[in-house]
Structure formats: C-alpha cells, structure tokens
Design a binder for this molecule. Structure first.
Ligand code: NAD
Ligand code: WQD
Length: 342
C-alpha cells in the first residue's frame, strides 16, 4: 500500500513540484491549501505530468477547528511536509501581523493535528533568510541566526524554534530544510512559479520582462563587495529542491535520522551575481534583456551561498542542475504561460 503524505501548500510553487516527485516516488499525496497564492488548476497540471490527480482539501490552516477535523478524517497519514506560508518579504513589512498570524498559527495547528493523530514526522520549509548576512561563506548549518530583517524572516526563525522545542519535549521527528534561492520550473513546463501581481524575485521578473509583461528589470545595486558589484545568491533548481523533500521524508520514515531534529541547507554551493544570472538568461533565451542598474534594495544581503557538505554527505542529496538549466526551464515556463493565456 502507498504511504500517504500530507503536503500543506501543495498547490504552490515548491509544493507542486514536490507533489510530482512524491507521486513519482510512489507516495500517495493529500494537499491542503487555501489557494491564497495558487490555483486549483495546478492539480490537473500535476495529473498531466504524473497521471495522478492528488486529493485536495481547500481550507485555511489558521482555522484550528477545520484543521483538527482534517486530521481526524485523514487518520492514516505517514508524514507531513509543511510548505504553507506567506512568503513575500516586502509585503511582510506592510502586513506584519498577517504574516505572523498566517505562518505561526498554521504551523501550530498542523503540530496540534499531528499530535492528535500520533503523527511524528515533519519536514519544514525554512529559508537561508534565517542567516541574514553570514560572517563566513559558505554558510554552514551551524552559523548563528541573525536578527531578522523582515517579519517574514522572523516567522521562519520562530517556526524553527517552535519545532525544535516541540521535538525535544514531545518526541516530534523533524527535518528543517533551509532553502537558498529556488528558481526554474518542471521540464514539462506544466507547472512553475505563478507570482500574483508584480514579482519580487529576480528570475520571474527577468522572464516577465523578456516576454513583454514588464518594461525593464531594475538591478538593485552594483556597488556591493563582489566581483561585478552586484549581489550574489545560491540559486537552486526547484526540481532538485523538490527531490530533497522526498529524500528527507524517506530518511524519517526509515528511521535513519541521527537526531530527532535535523537541519540541512539546500543549495548548490555556488554563488552567482545578478549580472551572471542575466547573462545566463540571455544565452539560453537568445535575446537581450532590457535592464538598468538602480540603487540597492533595502534589507538585501550582499552575498550568500550554502555549505552543502551536510546535505550531500549526511542526507545523501545533491543539487544536479546548473544555472543554464534553471534559466532555460524558467524561460520555457514563461513561454508556456503565454501560450496558455493567449
Ligand atoms: P507559494 O506561495 O507558491 O506556496 C505556498 C502555498 O501555501 C500557496 O499555495 C498558498 O496558497 C498556501 N498557503 C499559504 N498560507 C496558507 C494557509 N494559511 N492555509 C493553507 N494554505 C496556505 O510559495 P513557495 O515558493 O512554494 O514556498 C513554499 C514554502 O517555502 C514557504 O513556506 C516559503 O516560505 C518557503 N520558502 C520559499 C522560498 C522561495 O524563494 N520560494 C525560499 C525559502 C523558503
Ligand atoms: C535575488 C537577487 C536582488 C529583483 C528572497 C527572500 C528570501 C527567500 C528567497 C523565502 C538580489 C536582485 C531582485 C529585481 C534585482 N525567500 N534583484 N532586481 O532577495 O535573495 O531572497 O527570496 O524564504 O527570504 O528574501 O531573492 O529573487 O528577490 O533577489 O536586482 O527586480 O536579485 O537584489 O540580489 P532574495 P530575490
């Protein structure tokens, strides 16, 4: 019998790619999502890739009673991957209470439901944002957690602490995955990132500019202490990231964890500047991008990339796809979206 996995936020960008990988690895998936940043059409798109439409519950995980009912109904879940969260750094500065409420209440309700069901395997979406600007690079999992710049980043730090405490007091088994910068889309171009409104993140802004939705890309700052002056990030293909969740889940289900609570960075270990990302895009799309250098974006980190030793050696996972493959899949997704909407 297939083991059943709850994927909260499974209609979203990283969630939908993870659902595909889980199904392809032989798991049964149940999604809970309130569609606050996604569409239920993604369920059909997943089916087009895997042949299986995941079961879907449409509700808000901040609703404690509804979440309890869900766990009572679905009483044979083997593990939970908790993606559901609001994630826009800029918006979180304007709507801080909403971010704390959404991201923390939903986590607490999931933890309560898991406890109620005697379920103790949790994979949690954390972020490299918890490190801020690290003192040493590449950043290891032991690097100090710096004061968060945004309420969004703070919710990830608080969530990590809550999970750590619940794990040490209550026996919860958990893996915290700290993602670096996920980009790109599934090679089928049937699922990808669907930013609502103007994208905050670099790569959707690049592809939307190239396709004519945005007039120009503003490059935020070229006076950083980096080789070309633009900021450096560790971009990781979303499919590589999705696969890491399957590996993490199996590790828990097969009782291979070394500690009840484990933390892994998920990145490639390579840093690329904004200009290098643009160049890679221009190469794969065979077109020039309209961009302009402007001032720095407040709160931006200068440079960060992951130490990947722990994920590679202990988790047994490694990112495989390079920057060109990331940019090519992002561009194919943008082209597919245009076709779909025309
Ligand atoms: P996303 O917005 O595409 O997906 C999140 C999903 O959660 C959406 O479908 C949304 O509708 C749902 N959701 C939000 N609040 C909910 C609630 N209260 N109840 C039910 N569903 C709810 O975002 P994503 O990029 O796929 O991110 C997934 C997770 O990874 C998030 O926790 C995010 O913070 C984390 N993360 C993302 C990035 C990134 O750059 N994309 C980087 C690091 C960490
Ligand atoms: C990448 C680089 C920008 C847009 C954010 C969150 C982080 C994590 C990932 C969730 C930076 C530059 C961007 C643009 C630009 N999310 N840029 N022009 O800032 O590394 O991280 O997403 O956890 O928490 O903060 O990603 O894609 O926004 O920016 O020049 O229009 O591109 O300055 O150097 P970031 P990003």
């Amino acid at each position: 019998m297939k083991r059943k996995i709850l994927v909260t936020g499974g209609a979203g960008y990283i969630g939908s790619h993870t659902v595909v990988e889980l199904q392809e690895a032989g798991f049964e998936v149940v999604i809970v999502d309130n569609l606050s940043n996604s569409y239920d059409s993604v369920l059909d798109n997943i089916k087009e890739i895997t042949g299986i439409k995941p079961r879907f519950y449409h509700f808000d995980l901040t609703d404690a009673e509804r979440t309890k009912d869900f766990f009572a109904e679905e009483n044979d879940i083997a593990g939970v991957i908790h993606f559901a969260a609001l994630k826009a750094v800029g918006e979180s500065m304007q709507k801080s209470v909403l971010y704390y409420k959404n991201n923390i209440f939903s986590l607490l309700n999931v933890l309560e439901g898991m406890k109620m069901s005697g379920l103790d395997n949790l994979v949690f979406s954390s972020s490299c944002t918890v490190y801020g600007q690290p003192d040493t690079l590449p950043v290891t999992e032991q690097a100090p957690i710096k004061k968060a710049y945004s309420p969004y980043g703070h919710t990830k730090q608080i969530a990590e602490e809550i999970i750590q405490n619940v794990s040490s007091l209550d026996g919860l088994h958990a893996i915290l995955l700290r993602y670096f910068n996920p980009i790109g889309a599934h090679p089928s171009a049937k699922i990808g990132e669907l930013p609502l409104g103007v994208p905050n993140n670099l790569v959707p802004f690049i592809t939307q500019t190239a396709i004519g939705i945005r007039e120009e890309l503003k490059v935020f700052g070229n006076d950083y202490d980096t080789p070309d002056g633009t900021a450096i990030r560790d971009y990781i293909h979303v499919v590589d990231l999705a696969k890491a969740h399957v590996v993490a889940l199996r590790r828990m289900l097969e009782n291979k964890q070394k500690e009840k609570l484990e933390v892994f960075n998920l990145g490639t270990g390579n840093g690329f500047s904004v200009l290098e990302v643009i160049q890679a895009f221009e190469k794969v799309s065979k077109q020039k991008l309209n961009y302009r250098i402007v001032g720095r974006r407040p709160g931006d980190t200068e440079k960060v990339w992951a130490a990947t030793k722990l994920a590679n050696e202990e988790l047994g996972w490694k990112a495989r796809k390079n920057l060109f493959e990331m940019m090519e899949s992002a561009w194919n997704w943008e082209l597919a979206l245009k076709k779909r909407n025309s």
